[in-house]
Design a protein around this ligand. Structure first.
Ligand code: NAD
Length: 467
């Protein structure tokens, strides 16, 4: 494998797309660079009394919109290049789905399995303290969220640490993906996977595009493989199955499994937590290694683990007609070209996994508005529907049952409104980039980059240079 480094990969995709835009070279360079790169090291005391030095990063890629926004990753592979690449992807992703943030990303280089929960809490709080001290966090500055290896618990610790040191009335908006009780929003945990599902469904509903791939339109009956059954992988699979797709393969750290008859996701999740892996799951065939299943027979492949998983070594062996990039950077630019050559459709990460940041945006709005979505309007809507239904009853002389009334007169609460906002965002953005794809004769990734560069570039163009 001789593929480029991650940030270079992102910039190669950017350059390819920039050729279809009309911005000045200098402005394009300004868009590509990372505005601020913070590297921190700090000691923590382990449970055994020993001191260990921890290394972390926070990168703010673009300040064309504030706050900047992006997840925090806990993983041994975290490094500066990866954090810069992921921060840049966040800028383009936010722009593709019209979420008004600049891009950022953070990471702490640790193997979580080697630390106790108490130690992870210490690391999270100390990392947050470093961000506060250096002005790299705040509801109007930079707002972290969960990513690989982090979740609601870590976000709760970040908020709590921030609040100890701030009197900002909007303090809750300093981080998203928090527990509901701490100002989180319903639907954030599943948002990225739900968005992946909406995006793939939209692609599959396009008759013309599916015909070009030699597939029937619609998700129903399509087979798919998922790599990485964590937050994003699990939720993507769950909604795909609910809509009639068939899960035939799964890759996890311990290996991979395949069954053309389909895999029961919930039973597999229970098996995974009991056995610390997926191999040996009854009714499936265990394959040679973790990545073997990526090359197996299926309609859709969803990489939902880490970057560079589809590279020049395995791209030629992948059979899926649709690659739905749930992870960030799962396909190297070399692999992208090989897959494109074969005529498969790649639904790119900078669009497809934007569901997380979209719902994070809703959470941030909720925090700075200090009111839950639906609180003002839900009952009002319900009463209005009931009035309309009673007129229908009078005119039609048919009485609705209590069950029908409950269903028909339901107002939008937080859960429904978030889901509807997410669905609308993913559908609109898909059709925008698909239109650019057709108009310019490019692939979807390039189209998404063109869309992002045009939107970000227009703002930079109007900003002027200070001083
Ligand atoms: P996670 O930690 O919840 O899950 C990742 C899963 O992948 C784990 O189960 C891990 O065991 C598995 N895995 C790791 N390496 C693997 C390999 N080589 N083969 C098979 N399985 C492997 O992380 P997540 O939050 O689901 O994030 C996954 C990807 O999605 C990352 O690229 C992340 O940047 C991206 N993403 C996440 C979010 C979010 O809201 N969490 C948002 C946007 C993008």
């Amino acid at each position: 494998m001789s593929d480029y480094k991650f940030f270079e990969q992102v910039n190669r995709s950017f350059d390819k797309a920039a050729a279809y835009t009309e911005f000045d070279k200098g402005l394009l360079s300004q868009m590509k660079i990372c505005n601020d790169v913070l590297h921190v090291t700090f000691p923590i005391e382990r449970d055994n009394g020993k001191i260990e030095v921890i290394e972390g990063w926070r990168v703010e890629h673009s300040h064309h919109k504030l706050p900047t926004k992006g997840g925090i990753r806990f993983n041994m592979m975290v490094n500066e290049d990866e954090t810069m690449a992921l921060a840049a992807l966040m800028t383009y992703k936010c722009s593709v789905v019209d979420v008004p943030f600049g891009g950022a990303k953070g990471g702490v280089k640790i193997d979580k399995s080697k630390f106790s929960e108490r130690e992870i809490e210490k690391i999270t709080r100390r990392y947050t303290y470093e961000l506060i001290k250096k002005n790299f966090i705040g509801p109007g500055i930079d707002v972290p969220a969960p990513d690989y290896g982090t979740g609601a618990k870590e976000m709760g610790w970040i908020l709590d640490t921030f609040r100890q040191m701030s009197t900002d009335i909007n303090a809750e908006g300093c981080v998203t993906g928090k527990p509901i009780e701490q100002g989180g929003i319903r639907g954030r945990t599943e948002a990225t996977g739900r968005g992946v599902f909406f995006g793939i469904r939209e692609a599959c509903d396009n008759k013309e595009d599916m015909k070009a791939l030699g597939l029937k339109h619609g998700l129903e009956g399509k087979t798919f493989v998922v790599q990485g059954l964590g937050n994003v992988g699990y939720h993507s699979a769950k909604y795909m199955i609910e809509d009639g797709a068939i899960l035939v393969g799964v890759a996890e750290m311990d290996g991979s499994i395949y069954s053309e008859k389909g895999i029961d996701l919930e039973k597999l999740m229970a098996y995974k937590s009991q056995n610390n892996g997926v191999t040996g799951f009854p009714g499936t065939q265990t394959l040679k290694n973790s990545s073997s299943v990526l090359e197996s027979e299926c309609d859709i492949l969803i990489p939902a683990a880490l970057e560079n998983q589809i590279n020049s070594d395995n791209a030629g062996k992948i059979k899926a007609k649709i690659i739905g990039e749930a992870a960030n950077g799962p396909t190297t630019s070399e692999a992208h070209d090989i897959i494109k050559e074969r005529g498969a459709l790649i639904i790119p990460d900078n669009y497809l996994n934007a569901g997380g940041v979209t719902v994070s945006y809703f959470e941030w709005l909720k925090n700075i508005q200090h009111v839950r979505f639906g609180r003002m309007g839900k009952r009002f809507e319900e009463n209005s529907y009931k009035k309309i239904l009673s007129v229908i009853e009078t005119v039609s002389e048919r009485k609705f049952t209590d069950k029908e009334l409950k269903f028909l007169a339901k107002g939008g609460g937080e859960e429904e409104l978030v889901d509807s906002g997410l669905e609308e965002t993913m559908i609109t953005a898909y059709n925008q980039i698909n239109e650019i794809r057709k108009e310019k004769g490019v692939d979807l990734r390039t189209a998404a980059f063109i869309s992002a560069i045009n939107k970000v570039g227009r703002i930079y163009g109007q900003m002027g240079i200070f001083p």
